[in-house]
Design a protein around this ligand. Structure first.
Ligand code: ATP
Ligand code: MG
Length: 671
């Protein structure tokens, strides 16, 4: 048996055809659990077995965790060479390539040590931009600009194109009302464009890019720099993209530009699982794949290997109610298995109790904690389940729960790290100047920034110059001089030993007085923030141990790419997560909770006419289950301080009932 045959041995004929496909565009489209990800992994192995160099393949996955899994499986199939394949998310691939090439793209205004602005920094910069125009921050909330600008970036727009944009209410001019709407629209676009321009300028000056920029700037570089484009096209001869249904326009362009004339693109996806339109995913990217990549071959996979017959039937019935889906067959050779159970509890607390009871019973019958997942529409729904699990002493993890990195003390510590790494970062400087206070207020900061710009020095150097030349005086000068010394010493330590950043950063946080300041605050307020910083320090040392040649930059990148949704633990614990974050995953036992009108489908989506996307979301949830599926809800629920009688989700009868006239809740005694 040849190597290739050994690799495709366990695949069905359609999967095999896809895995053996070599040149030219290929679209693999299939329902949930039909082995799309598995097929893509085997295709990667086939390419390597055929002698394609690992460095010539780029695989895009939806999460960092999925990337790790694909890498491990490819290594198991063809050996350690597969480690050298670039398997990353869109953002992470764009980031490493930007770092490598941005030195040859000086027009971007960034250096190879640019940092990624997280939402806290983005908001700080937007606030500055809004304040410069003397706009009221209440009426012009930075969050709304952040959201709008993010969306435009995902469409590859820029401030200029926004100004040229026609008002969106493009109806007949039949009344003055419409004219009013038009001019409001034009006004909002002008305002956004202007704030956006200032915001971009600030990012540049700080040597920063924001999360969406990673893709945009990369696409811009590919467009404007033919040499870089040619180099990258030579370097990556094969591209594979998983979860293609959630690609946005900017990402589609990234793929097209990298593929060039060769068009060796394998896209894998399921239009019925497109659930990220709110983040500008554009379902047309997959529906019109053949238009973007002419001559593409399409392969459909129809056999589901994940779930029992009962689960697949529920999924098929549900999604059949969507008019906008490409019709697909999905069958399984697996036995019927246990019936899908729907359970209506009295209150949300009773719902949580019921679920936890089931989990306990399952564990007693031999299941591991890690076999169970509780999926919900909105993060807040997790709370009662957490409480019941804690009560029952069952180990659990909230995937994407309150982010460690959003805490004030973590943000403060990271500001020190960022400033050392990127001494043009004025937002981090401002944080550092205030934690602890050093007698340098808003005016002092402005002087420092102006001085740095005038002299063409970075912000760390400016601290020293300001102190020496009397730009800052007394307490402020002393504070600036001290801070300068600490930061410079940290930078020097990194220059000597770039890989050993953790000890240098630990020293900085201790000697600069930050930790002592926190400890003092903890004593006063009876808090434990300093312990959080100690655990951050431990995490840095751990990161350094695992990636010895990474360094501070790699650590900051690692943090920037943790989207907060990902499960980093991998331990044997019950998982609580939103449906959005469960895409691509599978669990033996799944509870989809809160099956009520207004929750799933979500109220706002109902109002905006997005019922089909909610149905796709429910489809994703249901199809995560391998052996047992429970759909639960509460008859009454607290909403805005009131007990409200709920209505069962319409998806229940769509998925389970033979017709809409049937009772909505299927008796739980069925199992
Ligand atoms: P999703 O749409 O949820 O991302 P998918 O189409 O990517 O699903 P996979 O995750 O690749 O599906 O596969 C689902 C499950 O079926 C996995 O456990 C996988 O190992 C198994 N599987 C896929 N194909 C086969 C096969 N030919 N033989 C046996 N098991 C298979
Ligand atoms: Mg998959």
């Amino acid at each position: 048996m040849s190597d290739l045959e050994a690799i495709v041995e366990g695949l069905n004929p359609a999967q095999r055809a896809a895995a053996l496909h070599q040149d030219g565009p290929l679209l693999v489209i299939a329902g949930a659990g039909a082995g799309k990800t598995r097929t893509a992994t085997h295709r990667l192995a086939c390419l390597l077995a055929r002698g394609v160099p690992p460095e010539a393949v780029m695989c895009i996955t939806f999460t960092n965790k999925a990337a790790r899994e694909m890498r491990d499986r490819a290594v198991a199939l063809v050996g350690a060479d597969a480690r050298r394949v670039m398997i990353r998310t869109f953002h992470s691939a764009a980031m490493v390539l930007l770092r490598q090439y941005i030195g040859d793209f000086p027009e971007s205004g960034r250096t190879p040590s640019f940092t990624v602005a997280d939402p806290t920094i983005q908001l700080a910069l937007l606030k500055e931009a809004i304040a410069e125009r003397n706009f009221d921050l209440k009426a012009n909330r930075p969050e709304s600009f952040l959201w709008r600008i993010g969306r435009y970036k995902n469409e590859l727009a820029d401030p200029e194109s926004l100004l040229a944009r026609q008002p969106s209410h493009d109806l007949m001019d039949w009344s003055r009302v419409l004219e009013m709407i038009r001019s409001t629209d034009r006004y909002v676009n002008r305002l956004t464009a202007e704030i956006w321009k200032r915001y971009e300028e600030k990012l540049r000056r700080n040597d920063m890019v924001d999360f969406d920029d990673l893709i945009n700037l990369f696409v811009q570089m590919l467009r404007e720099k033919p040499d870089i484009r040619a180099d990258l096209q030579r370097r990556f001869t094969y591209l594979q993209v998983d979860e293609f249904q959630d690609t946005n326009v900017a990402q589609l362009h990234m793929v097209k530009l990298l593929a060039g004339k060769r068009q060796n693109v394998m896209a894998v996806g399921d239009d019925a699982q497109s659930i990220y339109s709110w983040r500008s995913a554009d379902i047309r990217c997959i529906l019109e794949f053949e238009r973007h990549f002419p001559g593409a071959r399409t392969i459909l996979l129809e056999q589901n290997y994940r779930s029992t017959g009962a689960i697949i039937r529920a999924a098929n019935r549900l999604i059949a109610h969507n008019a906008g889906q490409r019709p697909k067959r999905l069958f399984t050779a697996a036995p019927e298995g246990r019936p899908v159970v729907a359970h209506e509890a009295e209150t949300e607390v009773d719902e949580a109790k019921w679920v936890v009871q089931r989990i306990r019973a399952g564990a007693e019958a031999g299941r591991r904690w890690g076999d169970f997942a509780i999926l919900y529409r909105t993060t807040a729904q997790g709370r009662p389940f957490e409480e019941e699990l804690r009560e029952a002493s069952i180990p659990y993890q909230v995937v994407g729960g309150p982010r460690f990195y959003d805490r004030r003390e973590v943000q403060d510590s990271l500001a020190y790290l960022r400033l050392v790494h990127n001494p043009r970062d004025s937002v981090s400087l401002e944080r550092v100047l205030n934690a602890p206070r050093r007698g340098i207020g808003e005016r002092g900061l402005q002087r420092l920034l102006a001085l740095a710009a005038q002299r063409g020095v970075d912000l760390i150097a400016a601290l020293r110059v300001a102190a020496d030349e009397g730009v800052l005086q007394d307490e402020a000068a002393a504070g600036a001089r001290q801070l300068h010394d600490h930061l410079r010493r940290a930078r020097e330590a990194l220059e000597r030993q770039p890989g050993r950043f953790a000890a240098a950063m630990e020293r900085l946080l201790r000697e600069s007085g930050y930790l002592a300041y926190l400890q003092e605050e903890d004593r006063r307020k009876e808090e434990r923030r300093s312990e959080v910083v100690e655990s951050l320090i431990a995490a840095m040392h751990e990161f350094e141990r695992r990636s010895p040649d990474g360094g501070l930059g790699a650590y900051l990148d690692h943090l920037a790419l943790l989207e907060g949704q990902e499960d980093e633990s991998g331990g044997d614990v019950v998982k609580l997560q939103t449906i959005h974050s469960a895409k691509g995953l599978e669990y033996p036992v799944v509870f989809v909770v809160g099956m009520e009108q207004g929750l799933l489908p979500y109220q706002r989506a109902l109002e905006e006419g997005n019922l089909e996307e909610e149905r796709r979301l429910c489809y994703v949830a249901i199809t995560r289950a391998r052996e047992e599926l429970y759909l639960t809800g509460a008859r009454v629920r607290w909403q805005r301080g009131e007990m409200v009688l709920t209505t069962p989700s319409q998806f229940l009868s769509e998925a389970l009932g033979p017709g809409p006239a049937q009772p909505l809740w299927v008796p739980a005694s069925a199992d």
